[in-house]
Design a protein around this ligand. Structure first.
Ligand code: HEC
Length: 110
């Protein structure tokens, strides 16, 4: 019982931090999807980062404005943009790194 209470308190916290789009799913689904999709993504860790970044991006970066096209900016330009946007979107360091991997992988070729 205590555990359940604690879990829902945690979930409430997570939701409180990320008002809209992010249902507590972030923690739960991530673990399930990553374990189920593990065999398919025997690929490389970079691809996994990019995919994770894509998910964070679509979930958190369209809250205040329309989702920006990664290809509108060069990889270099994305660095300062994310520096200012990551805190706005309340991304963790890991999420920021993944989003950076995603946008840079799809960035405008300089
Ligand atoms: C809390 C609201 C908010 C969130 C969440 C947010 N942004 Fe923004 N974003 C803004 C505002 C406001 C501007 C326009 C003013 C500015 O450039 O600072 C902006 C501008 C931008 C621009 C244009 C910058 C430029 O120099 O042309 C990009 C690209 C961008 N955001 C990407 C993102 C990404 C990627 C995320 C997710 C990590 C994100 N935003 C999350 C509020 C937000």
């Amino acid at each position: 019982m205590k555990k359940i209470l604690f879990a829902s308190a945690l979930a409430a916290l997570v939701v409180a931090c990320a008002p809209k789009v992010t249902p507590a799913a972030s923690t739960t689904t991530e673990t399930t999807t990553s374990s189920t999709s593990a065999p398919a993504s025997t690929a490389n860790p970079a691809t996994a980062k990019i995919e994770a970044g894509h998910q964070v991006y679509t979930a958190k970066c369209g809250r205040c404005h329309a989702l920006k096209e990664p290809s509108h900016y060069t990889a270099e330009r994305w660095v300062p943009i994310l520096q200012s946007m990551a805190p706005k979107a309340k991304l963790s360091e890991e999420e920021t790194a993944n989003v950076l991997a995603y946008v840079q992988a799809n960035a405008k070729k300089a």
